[in-house]
Design a protein around this ligand. Structure first.
Ligand SMILES: Nc1ncnc2c1ncn2[C@@H]1O[C@H](COP(=O)(O)OP(=O)(O)OP(=O)(O)O)[C@@H](O)[C@H]1O
Ligand SMILES: [Mg+2]
Length: 398
């Protein structure tokens, strides 16, 4: 690790990590993790909060766990941190097993070399802003010979990065919610952990500050070189920040991939529906990909045969779901730009949203959600030509 916020205290952090050859090993490996809470209601839902979850995170990744409320994101994160003990499985950090059910290993949380920012940012109310950030260093400092001056420098650097240096002397309770969240971030960063676990760390910030902090967090990560595991249920945030995303549902990972890969090639309808908005249309394959042609031809409820891609070639006659994103549908005045695959539609509704206009368009009795740039203007009941952008339609098995 290098750079801010506490280069002066680098030795303190290093004293904790016992493996200097860790660079080539994955930062985090979860192997078949299962976690059940005793009080979890069993009817009609998965009783496992985390259900046989395996994943590997490389050093320096910004890895996001994304999914709806209750899908097991926090439980996964707390298991990595050692704040929750799984029922079974194995967790290793930089090649060192920190939890193993069969080997009976369970390394305490404070020996895992992890920094954490929780969903409920637990700052210490009886301490000043400065002391909140200094505390983790004071605890570690007992085992090292870092001086008071080094500690002060490290704390002020950490506070500066979250723009709270001017508040150092205040009591932590005199900060706004967003400021407390930034304080929690500074406190987690000050000891320069190899791994940073962030559970919705921006949830209490207003939209503008959240945007700023996203950029800031990414910058901090690039500079300090930690591996980040980030939890959010905000798909825009996940797409913007992550090297890879794991989409979770009911304790199970549905798909792991780079943001673009997940957005453009969702593995199933849950992922397609959760990440961004998607039109789903029932269809049947007319023609599977031919030599030199990468797309299928499908017949759908929209009436006109349409080209579409999929993860694997699907034979003719297969029932499928055709997916198309609202921003990949083009509306033009009738007969302006017709092609073999264009359709005729009727505008059911138009909603001006500032940067764009959202339309509902009826094509052959099927309603499609369309997002068009704001300067495309069609009124209700007008007839339009509807076309899908090339390579923008995706097939899922039904
Ligand atoms: N301490 C607990 N005792 C009993 N059940 C729990 C406990 N903590 C979590 N659960 C249950 O485990 C499941 C997963 O919870 P978890 O907190 O991991 O979800 P999450 O994805 O973080 O949700 P959110 O986005 O709302 O924070 C939920 O069904 C939840 O009710
Ligand atoms: Mg949570």
């Amino acid at each position: 690790m290098s750079g801010t916020p506490s280069a002066a205290l680098k030795g303190v952090a290093d004293a904790e990590s016992d493996d200097s050859a860790a660079g080539t090993k994955p930062a985090i490996v979860l192997d078949h993790i299962v976690k059940t809470y005793a009080s979890e209601p069993k009817q009609g839902r998965n009783p496992r909060a985390v259900d046989d979850l395996s994943l590997t995170i490389e050093p320096g990744e910004f890895f996001t766990l994304l999914g709806p409320s209750g899908c097991g994101k926090t439980t996964t994160l707390r298991s990595i941190a050692g704040l929750e003990t799984p029922d079974s499985g194995e967790i290793s950090l930089a090649g060192r097993t920190v939890y193993g059910s069969s080997a009976g290993i369970n390394v305490p949380s404070n020996k895992r070399g992890i920094g954490m920012v929780f969903q409920s940012y637990a700052i210490w109310p009886h301490m000043s802003v400065f002391e909140n950030v200094a505390f983790p260093l004071r605890v570690r400092g007992r085992e090292s010979r870092s001086s008071a001056a080094e500690l002060r420098t490290a704390v002020h650097q950490a506070l500066e990065t979250v723009e709270l240096d001017a508040y150092a002397k205040r009591s932590a309770t005199q900060l706004s919610g967003g400021q407390q969240q930034r304080l929690a971030l500074a406190r987690a960063m000050v000891a320069q952990p190899e791994i940073m676990l962030l559970d919705e760390p921006l949830s209490n910030l207003d939209a503008k500050l959240r945007d700023t902090m996203r950029v800031e967090l990414k910058r901090l990560q690039a500079e300090s070189d930690f591996t980040a595991v980030y939890v959010t249920h905000d798909q825009t945030e996940a797409l913007a920040m992550s090297t890879r995303i794991a989409v979770m549902q009911a304790g199970v990972i549905q798909q792991i991939g780079a943001p673009r890969e997940i957005y453009e090639h969702p593995a199933n309808a849950f992922v397609a529906g959760f990440i961004g908005r998607t039109n789903f249309v029932e269809a049947e394959v007319l023609q599977s990909p031919q030599p030199g042609v990468s797309t299928h031809l499908v017949q759908s409820a929209l009436g006109v045969p349409l080209p579409a891609r999929s993860a694997t070639p699907t034979p003719a006659g297969t029932a499928v779901t055709l997916c198309v994103r609202p921003e990949n549908i083009r509306l033009t005045a009738p007969a302006e730009q017709t092609t073999a695959h264009s359709m005729t539609g009727r505008v059911l509704s138009a909603q001006f949203l500032g940067e764009l206009t959202e339309y509902t368009v009826c094509v052959n009795d099927t309603a499609l959600l369309v997002r068009a740039e704001a300067d495309v203007r069609f009124s209700r009941e007008s007839t339009v030509t509807v076309a899908f952008a090339a390579d923008a339609t995706w097939l899922l098995p039904r």
